[in-house]
Write a protein that binds this ligand. Structure first.
Ligand SMILES: C=CC1=C(C)c2cc3[nH]c(cc4nc(cc5[nH]c(cc1n2)c(C)c5CCC(=O)O)C(CCC(=O)O)=C4C)c(C)c3C=C
Ligand code: FE2
Ligand code: FE2
Length: 351
């Protein structure tokens, strides 16, 4: 950790290199995940995540009472049980999937122009934190930083919160890096092509269901009314995929998952949708989650296990989850191209 200036409270950057050739970095940021699938480890993770006013915007005192008085007494145990179902010898899929993606992107840049671009991964909640990672990158000589939250669609609850974390980290630094942010990449042609290629590759290997459901993480509907562009961006991604995959009108359906609390969230809900489709006679349903860059609890447990069970209990035969792009060649190529374009105009740093 940097020393803190006695008078100003600002971090002492004197161990950072003073003047060096400008080096560019890419900071990938994902949500974060507990350190173990236990209630004890899930509790501090949920406390940090659900304590973020970008995620839940109720008056602080009221929310603090509900969060610490009720939610953190009940939810960690339930969530830990869900995490235990997807945890393997490598740990949490969100962590090792994000690390593999960062390593593959670094290898891609090194292959083309060795030593010009440094890729790092931070977690919005838990470790490695955004602040720690920016500090490390600066110690290693990075002066220009492109922040790429691993959320294709912008939401204040996800991307907006990453922007806050970067701003807070920079407040603590005497000489912060020059910054750029990727706000979203929901309609990037390269990204849509990567998603479509991933789905087609999976269909070629496993055959095709009767319908394709695209399930996005939900947010409270009220946030959208207050100006969050998330729902519109999800629908646009779905529309572009629909066109690219050349599916018929009723072959592709969009829904929103992972609702928490009592407020109305974006509709239709994924669980109600898979039950309705089964009741309508659909037997084989494919589900993809284009809002998640790498697989995680929400895809591997909530979709591939919970919703699969809802579907079969309601009369469906098989719900098959099509994996996220993870560290596939398609994802690496599309994110590398996105990064190169966003670095344009920083000539010495462009990869
Ligand atoms: C309660 C409010 C929540 C909002 C708003 C929210 C938005 C949001 N989340 C993601 C991505 C992920 N969320 C994940 C887990 C998760 N999400 C919430 C709550 C909200 N998310 C909770 C409480 C949890 C933890 C698990 C649980 O207790 O149910 C994950 C997976 C994490 C993992 O470790 O695998 C991701 C990824 C987005 C993109 C988003 C807004 C668009
Ligand atoms: Fe979430
Ligand atoms: Fe969930």
């Amino acid at each position: 950790m940097p020393r803190s200036n006695h008078y100003t409270g600002v971090a002492d950057d004197s161990d950072a290199p003073a003047v060096q050739p400008v080096q560019a970095g890419v900071l990938l940021v994902n949500l974060g995940t507990p350190t173990a699938p236990t209630a004890q480890a899930v509790r501090p993770y949920l406390a940090e995540f659900l304590g973020d006013p970008r995620v839940i915007d109720y008056p602080r005192w009221l929310w603090w009472l509900i969060l610490h008085g009720v939610i953190l007494r009940v939810r960690p145990k339930r969530s830990a049980h869900a995490y235990a179902r997807i945890w393997d010898e490598r740990g949490s899929p969100l962590r090792y999937g994000s690390e593999a993606l960062a390593a593959a992107l670094q290898a891609e840049f090194d292959r083309r122009r060795p030593g010009t671009l440094r890729v790092a991964l931070a977690m919005r909640y838990g470790e490695p934190s955004v602040a720690q990672t920016i500090e490390r990158l600066q110690r290693e000589g990075v002066r220009r930083l492109l922040v790429l939250p691993l959320y294709p669609q912008y939401s204040a609850t996800s991307t907006g919160s990453v922007i806050d974390a970067v701003a807070d980290a920079c407040k603590q630094r005497r000489w912060p890096p020059e910054l750029r942010f990727v706000n979203d990449y929901h309609d990037e042609p390269g990204h849509i092509e990567a998603l479509a290629a991933g789905i087609e590759r999976w269909w070629a290997a496993h055959g095709r269901g009767e319908k394709l459901l695209l399930s996005f993480h939900g947010i409270p509907e009220r946030y959208v009314r207050l100006g969050d562009p998330y729902a519109e961006q999800c629908r646009r991604t779905a529309q572009l995929l629909h066109e690219r995959l050349r599916l018929g009108e009723s072959e592709l359906i969009v829904s929103f998952q992972s609702r928490v609390g009592r407020e109305r969230w974006l509709q239709p809900y994924t669980d109600a949708t898979v039950r309705r489709l089964a009741a309508d006679g659909v037997k084989r349903l494919d589900v993809a989650c284009p809002g998640f860059a790498v697989d995680c609890l929400e895809t591997l447990e909530e979709i591939a296990m919970q919703n699969r069970d809802f579907f079969t209990a309601a009369g469906g035969e098989s719900l098959r989850y099509i994996p996220a792009l993870n560290d596939s060649a398609e994802q690496v190529a599309s994110l590398a191209a996105l990064v190169r374009r966003h670095l344009g105009g920083w000539p010495e740093a462009a990869a």
